[in-house]
Write a protein that binds this ligand. Sequence first.
Ligand SMILES: [Zn+2]
Length: 139
Amino acid sequence: MAETHGNGGPTDNRRKRASGSFDVASSEPGSIPNPPCGACKFLRRKCVNGCIFAPYFGSDQGAARFAAVHKVFGASNVSKLLMHIPVSRRQHAVVTISYEAQARLSDPVYGCVSTVLALQQQVLEVVGRGQAGLGNGSN
Ligand SMILES: [Zn+2]
């Protein structure tokens, strides 16, 4: 029997932005500034209320980070991926996706696997040294 996944989107009704002052410098939590989020800015699209990227790609810096993510994974894929992740864990996902994207751009062949391999090599060396030390411990 088929089970239906209760995959309703986040019921995250954002507060309507307070009209009036347009303050670029302030970063008040909860208030959505007028300009689009970094992702929408990069994609040159309208940043809708409840934009899935907005909490994670806020500023101009967000646009630069999103550029790498979009280049490697594609905005649509990342958006779909985030929708399948609980809201509480999306921040972590964005951090690791950004990391992976940056790594892939700087190393098109190995990406972040080069880091994994380097660390594995280090572990092997440390373990090897430890075993050698156990082997002839007398000095
Ligand atoms: Zn947006």
